[in-house]
Design a protein around this ligand. Structure first.
Ligand code: SF4
Length: 361
């Protein structure tokens, strides 16, 4: 396993820097990235507030650096309209979200969980990966006793066995990564992203491994805002009077946090229909979508139908030797022309777990 170049403590120290210092440091990282590749770089632009801040910083330093927006059809309409006005190059993935869900599966819970379910459902799967799902993988504690692995996903075994729809983590690859990588290859450019370490474990891990400018990563990428906090992004927008998509609402002082800012509208504008993280939210994103964008909500929840499972194999035993109930439904639920059918997916998850894990209606 690759060694971290930085420590959590170093990240915390950077995250605690005064706002002006962060801006200076990010400018230096951007300059470094542009110089390293002799200007052959670009901003991967989502139309969201974080990448809007990055784009502004980059254009102050090097206005000629291009920005690219992947129009996946999954953005809020307000974000798409906003992005189109920013003078960016627009690319499109070759397939729609509904087509990708049909081919790969629904992106629900989290990338890690969806990936674990996808792996565990393979008939020939044995050993380590399946053990994460069945809970049989144990790690040795310092005192010599056996404990659960941090990668244990056994909570989701029931869904992996009984959910009659595909689940996978491949949507991002198909809808975002592959089109961007194709653009990079065709133009020989190196990407800059407006992501932050505080957004999740994978992003924090990436920073600890490589820092802001990941020259040594398998896919070299720059994240000059990695050590920023959400409130720094909002402060920058306020100080610089940057326009942002209307769906965010206004930036106001956060009454529950000293020196913090917050938004009155949505705080995340990623893909509207994405199910990743929806089970972790106090205030369900889909309930909000129902209020703000009822037509999109209906498309997301309604529709869907069962089709014959092309991989169904009557010779496969119901239960594998490790006790895992093989995933071999005769029919599979998938999107249809009327909608994505995510209402059925969420209803199934909530029913299997006996509570409202994903609030959606
Ligand atoms: S964020 Fe979710 S919906 Fe958007 S591309 Fe990634 S997995 Fe798909």
């Amino acid at each position: 396993m690759q060694e971290n170049q930085y420590t959590k403590r170093e990240l915390t120290q950077l995250q605690a820097l005064p706002f002006e210092e962060k801006v200076k440091l990010s400018r230096a990282r951007i300059r470094e990235w542009i110089d390293a590749y002799d200007g052959k770089v670009y901003v991967s632009y989502s139309g969201g507030k974080d990448s809007t801040v990055l784009l502004h910083l980059v254009r102050q330093i090097a206005p000629e650096v291009p920005a690219v927006f992947s129009n996946t059809g999954l953005e809020y309409p307000e974000v798409r309209t906003f992005a189109e006005q920013m003078g960016v190059t627009i690319i499109r993935p070759p397939k729609t979200f509904a087509e990708v869900v049909r081919e790969e599966g629904y992106p629900i819970l989290s990338k890690n969980i969806a990936s674990a379910i996808l792996q565990a459902r393979k008939f020939d799967m044995t050993g380590k990966n399946r053990r994460y799902m069945t809970g049989d993988f144990r790690v040795m504690r310092k005192d010599g006793s056996l404990g659960r692995s941090m990668f244990d996903k056994s909570k989701w075994q029931r869904l992996a066995e009984l959910g009659d729809f595909r689940i996978s983590d491949r949507c991002c690859n198909r809808m975002k990564k592959q089109p961007m990588r194709k653009f990079e290859r065709e133009h020989g450019l190196h990407p800059m992203l407006g992501t932050m370490a505080e957004e999740g474990r994978l992003r924090e891990r990436a920073w600890l491994l490589h820092g802001c400018n990941a020259f040594d990563a398998r896919h070299a990428v720059s994240t000059p805002l990695a050590f920023w906090r959400e409130t720094d992004v909002l402060r920058y927008i306020r100080v610089m009077h940057l326009p942002i998509a209307s769906v965010y609402g206004e930036i106001i002082e956060d009454p529950n946090c000293k020196n913090c800012l917050k938004l009155t509208g949505v705080d995340r504008t990623g893909c509207v229909f994405c199910g990743f993280g929806a089970h972790m939210e106090h205030e369900g994103r889909y309930l909000r979508l129902r209020e703000t964008h009822p037509r999109l909500y209906r498309y997301c929840m309604e529709g869907g139908h069962f089709v014959d499972n092309p991989d169904y194999d009557p010779s496969i035993p119901e239960t594998a030797t490790d006790g895992f109930r093989n995933f071999n439904p005769k029919q599979l639920w998938e999107p249809d022309n009327r909608g994505l059918g995510m209402g059925y997916v969420f209803e199934t998850v909530n029913r299997l777990y006996g509570k409202t894990l994903i609030p959606y209606k």
